[in-house]
Design a protein around this ligand. Structure first.
Ligand code: FAD
Length: 509
């Protein structure tokens, strides 16, 4: 029986090193018995070098890999992320916006607070059900220096420097997890009679054999698109943005506050991300070139940044929305940009890498004979995840009331909205999103709570039958009161974000 013991990962960006770390840490006990994880990476092709917003899953992923969170903060220029604020998405007015925080609404597992908030909510939905929007408004951290590593007072993810993160993961994987690192350009991919990849030839000489190959070669998709010829399925008819402009903006004063949320500000034909790291901001404009030309998009980006942008060089990155028709074919599985790309509106790429790597590691086929069973399961789950992410991103666009440009008008045309999302939006006119709304898979990327934050943040109204929720009224009022008390306690007890970052860095020295 052909055992699966030699795992070869091609590509050393965030996808490659996270996948290597997740597989190697899970199978560490097998290493002395012939099991190996090899990562081959080109010394000539740079990594994409963007991708700074993450999801709280990364805490668990890093912890399981045996990483020190303090070292991670220090070496990756990392900061806390408590969610995202979406400005100017609903009406386009300068002062409108809402939060999609990372904390669930108070009592979410047992109670849907939407009906009660709809009846008598004075605050925004977010403020009524969670403290996190107010913590972000005040620039507070989600924990204190006394909170243990990876644990939270308020749920959090990270903002990080993508280049430093790959370097950090490489060192950890090679020094602590026994991953073999080969610096070489793959030039040829050999396949056997059944179509499986058997060996990679490299420009620098060594050839690399393996039992399972993970394609992490980024947009090049060398194995999945090249050797395995799996077609790419575009979704530019749903998500129109096809270009990104990225720039790194220094702080005027090194002690300037650091936002603990991603700021996403809608523009005339796209949106601008703004991510605060301890030493700089990462800012970028994602736009649809069919609706605005690149020079105009750059002017919008520079106007957003202000005079600080004058001497900065803007990098242009073409992007193509969509994903592979299938993700695991034969003995090749694609993870990261080789599997697909969707605009980074909700930082969904790195979380998908983590979930993919976890599934590969947990269900690693023991031999070739059962690999196709695992591959089918993997393809089914992964296709479901891509579909739900596309729906969730499109939700932000389909709820807009903006009609100021063709971009916003085109985005609300019904034929651009996926059927499943259109059906749910029809249903949500009469009932609020909740656990039974088909968000039923284990490790759903965006749970019903995320839909609630976006829908009610963007002014969606659900017309509920009168009296239908009376039975839960007392429980709900208690939960809303608890949230007010919890908010007051956290506002008093949590430090400014910048102060905590300084302390963590000092602590690590
Ligand atoms: P890459 O970083 O491109 O790495 C590819 C690797 O393959 C490199 O090491 C390269 O050397 C290697 N390679 C290529 N050819 C060969 C060869 N012939 N031989 C050997 N090696 C080879 N994601 C988020 O989660 N949050 C965000 O906020 C976010 N923002 C983004 C903003 C933009 C503008 C873009 C474009 C993406 C963003 N992403 C974000 C996505 C995120 O950047 C990627 O998912 C992540 O970095 C993973 O990239 P990767 O490792 O698949 O590819």
């Amino acid at each position: 029986m052909d055992k699966v013991e030699n795992i070869v990962i091609v590509g050393g960006g965030t996808a490659g090193w996270l996948t290597a770390g997740v597989i190697a840490s899970r199978h560490q006990g097998r290493r002395p018995h012939g099991f190996s994880v090899t990562l081959v990476e080109s010394p000539n092709v740079p990594t994409i070098g963007v991708g700074e917003g993450t999801w709280p899953t990364l805490r668990t992923t890093l912890r399981k890999m045996g990483v020190s969170e303090t070292e991670f903060f220090r070496e990756c220029d990392a900061a806390f992320k408590q969610g995202a604020r979406f400005n100017r998405w609903t009406t386009g007015e300068a002062d409108e916006g809402y939060y999609h925080p990372l904390m669930l609404p108070q009592g979410f597992a047992r109670l849907n607070l939407v009906p009660h908030w709809l009846e008598d909510g004075e605050d925004s939905f977010c403020d009524a059900v969670t403290p996190q929007g107010r913590l972000c408004d005040r620039g507070l951290a989600p924990k204190t220096i006394a909170t243990p590593e990876f644990e939270s007072v308020a749920n959090y993810a990270y903002h990080l420097d993508a280049g430093k993160f790959s370097d950090f993961l490489r060192r950890h994987c090679c020094e602590k997890l026994g991953v073999r690192h080969v610096l070489a350009d793959v030039t040829e991919i050999e396949t056997g009679p059944n179509g499986d990849v058997t060996r990679l030839k490299t420009e620098q000489g060594p050839s690399i054999s393996g039992d399972l190959f993970v394609d992490c070669t980024g947009f090049r998709a060398l194995l999945i698109g090249g050797a395995m010829q799996v077609p790419f399925r575009e979704c530019s008819d749903v998500l129109f943005c096809d270009t990104a402009l990225a720039v790194q903006v220094p702080y005027q004063d090194p002690a300037d506050p650091v936002a603990s949320h991603t700021i996403s500000t809608a523009q005339s034909a796209g949106w601008i991300w703004d991510i605060g790291l301890p030493t700089r901001r990462g800012v970028g404009h994602v736009f649809s070139s069919a609706h605005i030309d690149a020079d105009e998009a750059e002017r919008e980006l520079r106007a957003y940044i202000g005079p600080a942008a004058d001497d900065l060089t803007v990098r242009r990155i073409p992007i193509r929305s969509g994903h592979r028709e299938t993700f695991w074919k034969g003995n090749v599985v694609a993870v990261g940009l080789s599997a697909g790309f969707l605009e980074p509106l909700e930082a969904s790429a790195i979380v998908l890498i983590e979930l993919s790597a976890k599934m590969i590691a947990e269900q690693l086929p023991p031999n070739r004979a059962v690999m196709d069973v695992i591959a089918r399961r993997y393809n089914d789950t992964t296709a479901y995840r891509w579909g739900r992410i596309i729906d969730f991103l499109k939700l932000h666009y389909s709820l807009t009331k903006r009609t100021d440009t063709d971009f916003w008008r085109d985005n609300t045309r019904p034929e651009t909205i996926p059927d499943r999302l259109r059906g749910l939006m029809e249903l949500w006119k009469y009932q609020a999103p909740w656990l039974h709304d088909e968000f039923d898979r284990a490790e759903e990327v965006f749970p019903a709570a995320s839909y609630q934050y976006v829908l009610y943040g963007m002014g969606y109204r659900t017309a509920l039958p009168r009296g239908a929720h009376d039975a839960e009224r007392e429980l709900a009022q208690r939960a809303l009161r608890e949230n007010r008390a919890h908010t007051a306690r956290l506002m008093d007890g949590l430090p400014p974000h910048r102060d905590l970052l300084d302390k963590i860095t000092e602590h690590a020295m």
